[in-house]
Design a protein around this ligand. Structure first.
Ligand SMILES: Cc1cc2nc3c(=O)[nH]c(=O)nc-3n(C[C@H](O)[C@H](O)[C@H](O)COP(=O)(O)OP(=O)(O)OC[C@H]3O[C@@H](n4cnc5c(N)ncnc54)[C@H](O)[C@@H]3O)c2cc1C
Length: 489
C-alpha cells in the first residue's frame, strides 16, 4: 500500500491524512527528548499519532542543549554545535519547527596556522567537485606538491568502494602517499571536527563520507551553519509551541527506569517515580548505554541486536568558553591548523546577528564592549587527567599566540566543559554494531545518533534516526512513506 502524506498539501493528501488520523489515533511513547526523540515526534504527530515524550531532564535537546551559567549570567551551550549544508534532514527539522532563521550560513571558512596566517575557503562558480579548487590551491598551509598529492588522493577516495570492509583510514592514507604533515594539516583538520576522532581511529567509510558529502558532491555541502542563538533557544519556544499545536505531551523530569517487555512485546514503562505508562508502541531514543540498562537483562542477552551495542566506544569533546573585556577576534570563526583546538567561534558576532547583544542575553555579560569566544577541542583525550585550570591555561596561551589582541585583553571569565561521552567513535567497521531502528521486539523502535543511519554521530544522524524510527512505525501499519529527505542535488 503506498500512501502519500505530509508533502505538498493537495486535497487528496489532506483527506487521506484525516482518515489516517481517525484510523490510528494510537499512542506512541517516546523515551528521550534529544533530537532523535524530537524528530520522531515531529514526524508522527502530524500523521495522527498521539505522542507522549518522556525526558529525564528538565529541558529538551539532549546533548545539544544550553544551561544558565552563574558567573556570566548567560544561557550558554554545553558546546557550540554546527550544522552543514549537507545535513538535509536536520534542515528539514529546523524548517518544520520554524527555527531555520536562527542559523547563520558561513559562506567562507577561515583556516589559521600558528604563524597567524589565514586562508579563506569559499566556493567559486564552478560545478562540484571543482567549486573549492581555487581556494584550495591558494591555501598557504600546504606546499604545491602536497596539494597535488591530496587532490590525487581525493580523486581516489571518490572512487573508493564502500562495500564490504571498512579498513582503517590511516592505512588507506599511507597507501595513497599521504605524509604525516598532510594528515596533520589537511585530513586531520577536517576529520577530527567532523567525526570527533583522530584519523588513526576512524574507518574509511565515514572518513570518505565526510569528504564526499561536505566537499566534493555539492557546492553548498561545505557551508557551515552556526546557530545565532544558544541551543536552548534554538530548541526552545518555537519547538514547544509546535509540539503544543500538535498535541504532543511532553513530560520533563520523567526518567524511565524500566522498559517492560512481555512475550517479546513492549507493554509499557515504569518511571523512576513509580508511574506505569502503557502504549501500543515505543521509541527508545536514549543513548545506547542507557538503553541496555532500561531493558530486562534477559531481553538484552537474548538478542545480538542489543548486545552488539556494547562494542560502541565513546570520544570526548571539550569546549572552553572565554569572556574577554574587549574584542580579540575579528573573524566569525577560525579553523585552527596545527593547534590544540579545531575551531574558535566568535559567539558575540553570532549573537549580534540575532540582535541578542543589544538588550538581549549577551548584554548581561558585558558583551557590548567585550567578546565571548568559544574554543572547541574534539577528540579531547589529550586533556584526560588535567584539571580545568590547566586546560584553561593551555587554551588561553594558544589564543594569545594566535590573536595578538588577546595578549593585552583581560579574561573576565572562563568555563571549561568536557563531555566524556560526546559521540560514539566511527572506528573501522563500526556499522556492524549499530542497530537498525526496528528492534526484534516488534513494537519497540530504537533511535539515536548511534543507531544505523549511514551518518556519523551528529545532529543530522540523530534526526535521521528519529525519522527512520517513525518510518518503521508507519511501515508496520502498512503505510509506506519515505520520511528521509534527499541529499543535496
Ligand atoms: C560537546 C558536543 C559537541 C557536539 N557538536 C556537534 C556539532 O557541532 N554538530 C553536530 O551535528 N553534532 C554535534 N554533537 C553531536 C550531537 O549533539 C548528537 O549527535 C545529538 O545531539 C544526539 O541526539 P540524540 O537524540 O541521539 O541523543 P541525546 O541528545 O543524547 O538524547 C537522549 C535524551 O534521552 C534522555 N534520557 C536518557 N535516559 C533517559 C531515561 N531513562 N528516561 C528519559 N529520558 C532519558 C536524555 O536526557 C537526552 O535528552 C556534539 C555533541 C557533543 C556532546
Amino acid at each position: 500500500m503506498a500512501v502519500r502524506l505530509g508533502g505538498t498539501a493537495g486535497s487528496v493528501g489532506v483527506v487521506v491524512k484525516h482518515v489516517r488520523s481517525l484510523l490510528l489515533a494510537e499512542r506512541v511513547l517516546i523515551i528521550g527528548g534529544g533530537l532523535a526523540g524530537l524528530a520522531a515526534a515531529t514526524a508522527l504527530a502530524p500523521r495522527g499519532f498521539r505522542i507522549t515524550l518522556l525526558e529525564a531532564r528538565n529541558r529538551l535537546g539532549g546533548r545539544a542543549s544550553s544551561f544558565q551559567d552563574a558567573a556570566s549570567q548567560q544561557l550558554i551551550d554545553n558546546c557550540q554545535h554546527v550544522s552543514m549544508g549537507c545535513c538535509t534532514n536536520l534542515a528539514h527539522f529546523f524548517r518544520t519547527i520554524g527555527v531555520d532563521g536562527f542559523l547563520a550560513a558561513q559562506p567562507a571558512l577561515y583556516f589559521m596556522t600558528p604563524d597567524r596566517r589565514v586562508s579563506r575557503f569559499a566556493a567559486a562558480d564552478w560545478p562540484a567537485p571543482m567549486h573549492l579548487a581555487a581556494s584550495f590551491m591558494r591555501a598557504h598551509f600546504l606546499s604545491p606538491w602536497e596539494k597535488l598529492r591530496i587532490c590525487w588522493a581525493l580523486w581516489r577516495l571518490r572512487r573508493a568502494g564502500t562495500q564490504g570492509d571498512d579498513p582503517p583510514f590511516a592505512d588507506w592514507l599511507a597507501r595513497h602517499g599521504q605524509s604525516p604533515r598532510m594528515v596533520a594539516r589537511f585530513w586531520g583538520v577536517v576529520l577530527v571536527s567532523a567525526l570527533n576522532e583522530t584519523p588513526d581511529r576512524v574507518g574509511l567509510r565515514y572518513a570518505r563520507k565526510v569528504f564526499l558529502d561536505a566537499f566534493l558532491r555539492h557546492p553548498r555541502g561545505f557551508e557551515v551553519e552556526i546557530p545565532k542563538v544558544p541551543l536552548g533557544q534554538l530548541y526552545g519556544q518555537e519547538l514547544h509551541q509546535w509540539l503544543e499545536r500538535h498535541q504532543v505531551e511532553i513530560r520533563r523530569q520523567t526518567a524511565v527506569k524500566h522498559i517492560r517487555i512481555e512475550k517479546e512485546r513492549f507493554v509499557g514503562v515504569e518511571t523512576r517515580s513509580g508511574d506505569q505508562l502503557e502504549s501500543g508502541c515505543c521509541i527508545a531514543a536514549v543513548p545506547h548505554d542507557r538503553l541496555l540498562g532500561l531493558l530486562p537483562a534477559e531481553t538484552v542477552e537474548r538478542h545480538a541486536y542489543f548486545t552488539n551495542v556494547r562494542h560502541l566506544e565513546h570520544s570526548p569533546i571539550t569546549s572552553v568558553h572565554l569572556w574577554w573585556d574587549r574584542p580579540v577576534l575579528r573573524l566569525p570563526h577560525v579553523v585552527v591548523v596545527d593547534g590544540i583546538g579545531q575551531w574558535i567561534f566568535n559567539r558575540t558576532m553570532a549573537e549580534q546577528s540575532a540582535g541578542l547583544t543589544k538588550g538581549g542575553a549577551g548584554e548581561t555579560n558585558g558583551a557590548e564592549s567585550g567578546q565571548y569566544v568559544q574554543v572547541v577541542v574534539s577528540a579531547a583525550r589529550q586533556f584526560r587527567g588535567l584539571g580545568q585550570a590547566e586546560i584553561e591555561r593551555r587554551v588561553v596561551e594558544e589564543l594569545r599566540r594566535l590573536m595578538p589582541a588577546a595578549r593585552t585583553a583581560q579574561l573576565r571569565n572562563c568555563r571549561v566543559i568536557t563531555e566524556n561521552a560526546a559521540t560514539f567513535s566511527a572506528l573501522p567497521g563500526v556499522d556492524r554494531w549499530r542497530p537498525v531502528q526496528l528492534s526484534p521486539i516488534e513494537n519497540l523502535m530504537v533511535a539515536g545518533d548511534w543507531t544505523a543511519t549511514d551518518w556519523p554521530a551528529t545532529m543530522e544522524g540523530a534526526v535521521r534516526s528519529g525519522y527512520l524510527a517513525a518510518q518503521a512505525i508507519l511501515a508496520l501499519r502498512g503505510f509506506r512513506e519515505r520520511l528521509i529527505r534527499p541529499d543535496l542535488v
